[in-house]
Ligand binder design. Structure first.
Ligand SMILES: *Cc1c(COP(=O)(O)O)cnc(C)c1O
Length: 510
């Protein structure tokens, strides 16, 4: 494409390049974008050409997940060959998921639920984090003298899924920081029992925001060159702003649509809505990307909990983070800055980088922004937004269990409640609910919602009780946890973080 800068210069961008949401002049190849994560100006990498080609649905109908994924990904990650993508998909999903289908669609009453939690850590984040290391490895081939060190702060799910994905992947190391008293017992055990010679896990004093800001400040000092770091190491993150983490999530939108066609619930090219329990806006943005690639998406339903900054945004056009933070039963959605929303604003504003940059500046400096009425109207045509209280969430778990015998985790239950609100307003189109976690990661909360009390303090006993009560099976990766050895016991203070990272980096990339 060709466009004019403000100085009147003609700029020619190469096809299929990625650029920053805040400045089209900052470009990168897809592999560079995956290695870097964020663009140098803090923007997110977007592909100019996304949506210029669409996918012929008919050709996908008979394909397995593993066959479908490379086709979808080749439209999202131009720069990888079909062979590279096919091999990466095979490594990521073959024999690593407990369901042959990878992401099965189940019927609950008249509704369809897309189960995204059959991966090696029972979190939906496995789908992206089994692929990202494969994509990083391929990207590293262009940088033969470099290695990648992944640093991530986690409130629970991301850490384990990333550790599991990067374990023993050549020329990569991963170091995860978690808040000492900020994760569930099961989540902590999942991390500190992690095997692999390139994996590190370290507790930090403080809460998740402290952990997150300490990792961010390491990256800041690094980019300001406040200290010397090894020049053969690229420091990166496994955060959901990485395009290599976003793209794999687009696949299951197509896959679930095809399952509905096969189940006879819809005909090919019928429109379908998707309801998505949302935090950082990555999962639901993948649904928007699917629509740009030609999937007949009617509405994308944004489901939030008591931290309903997104519901307010879609209703009013004002994104305002100056509000209290609530701890809820669905902790992975307790978030006030939904980073990936920036990509939606970019595409929906007709790829206006200057406008997107302005909104983000306003958010950083003043804590809020307001979009134009035109943009707001466009968003309202495609998105429906709602939220659930903790009470709504518990009632949804109980109602769905009592009525259909199906056990939902609290995040999925937030989505279920909002989907019911949506269906009262609009019921002509089938709606697929994305189910993002195994109920066994939240056994206490789920048991309490169903039975009205928590009969034990022991997480493993609660898993057993939930299994007995509901006749469902505990995922093996969770039931074996209490027999595993603890391999990571480090804990550091804020002041020690920099030296700790540098010495660990050398050790993990040895
Ligand atoms: C991360 C997560 C979400 C939110 O996904 P986003 O892509 O951040 O919107 C929802 N549910 C669970 C269980 C999660 O771990």
């Amino acid at each position: 494409m060709v466009f004019m800068t403000m100085q009147g210069e003609k700029v020619i961008l190469m096809k299929n390049f990625f650029s920053s949401t805040r400045n089209k002049m900052l470009t990168s190849s897809v592999k560079g974008a995956i290695l870097q994560g964020l663009a140098p100006d803090g923007g997110l990498y977007v592909c100019e050409d996304l949506g210029n080609t669409t996918i012929d649905l008919q050709t996908l109908l008979e394909l397995t997940y593993e066959e479908m994924a490379p086709i979808i990904l080749s439209h999202l990650l131009p720069g990888f060959t079909k062979e590279e993508l096919t091999t990466a998909v095979h490594h990521a999903y073959h024999d690593t998921f407990s369901s042959k289908e990878v992401t099965p669609v189940v019927s609950v009453g008249d509704d369809s639920l897309l189960e995204l939690f059959h991966g090696p850590t029972s979190a939906f984040k496995d789908i992206a984090l089994q692929m990202l290391p494969q994509l990083m490895s391929l990207s590293l081939k262009e940088e033969p003298n470099k290695k990648v060190m992944i640093l991530t702060a986690t409130s629970g799910d991301t850490g384990k899924a990333a550790l599991c994905g990067f374990q023993d992947v050549d020329r990569t190391g991963i170091l995860v920081f978690y808040p000492k008293d900020g994760t569930s017992k099961v989540q902590e055990l999942q991390m500190v029992t992690q095997e692999g010679k390139n994996t590190g896990v370290c507790a930090l004093y403080g809460n998740f925001d402290d952990a997150q800001s300490q990792v961010k400040s390491f990256f800041n000092s690094l980019s300001k060159k406040d200290f010397t770091s090894p020049d053969d190491v690229i420091f990166s993150s496994a955060n959901s702003i990485n395009i290599g983490r976003l793209a794999p999530q687009v696949v299951y939108y197509f896959y679930s649509y095809m399952q509905l066609v096969k189940q006879g619930k819809i005909s090919l090219s019928d429109r379908v809505s998707f309801c998505v329990p949302t935090g950082n806006f990555g999962d639901i943005l993948a649904g928007y990307y699917a629509k740009l690639l030609g999937l007949p998406v009617h509405k994308l339903v944004v489901a939030s909990n008591a931290n309903h900054i997104l519901t307010d945004f879609f209703k009013t056009g004002v994104y305002d983070k100056r509000r209290p933070f609530h701890k809820t039963l669905s902790p992975s959605m307790d978030i006030l800055i939904s980073s990936n929303l920036e990509r939606l604003l970019y595409y929906m504003s007709d790829k206006d980088d200057v406008y997107t940059g302005k909104l983000m500046k306003s958010l950083n400096e003043e804590g809020f922004y307001e979009i134009t009425p035109e943009l707001h109207n466009k968003l309202k045509k495609l998105f429906y937004a709602g939220y659930s209280s903790d009470e709504d969430c518990q009632q949804a778990i109980k109602h769905v269990y009592d009525t259909y015998g199906y056990v939902m985790d609290p995040h999925t239950a937030v989505g279920y409640h909002v989907m019911k609100q949506y269906q009262q307003e609009e019921s002509e189109y089938p709606c697929i609910l994305l189910s993002t976690a195994s109920p066994y990661k939240f056994s206490a909360q789920v048991y309490e919602a169903i039975e009205g009390m928590i009969p034990s303090n022991d997480e493993f006993e609660l898993m057993e009780l939930l299994s007995k009560k509901t006749g469902t099976t505990i995922p093996t990766n969770l039931s074996v946890l209490h027999n595993k050895s603890i391999l990571h016991t480090d804990i550091v203070t804020k002041e020690q973080i920099k030296d700790y990272v540098l010495s660990k980096t050398e050790y993990l990339l040895r």
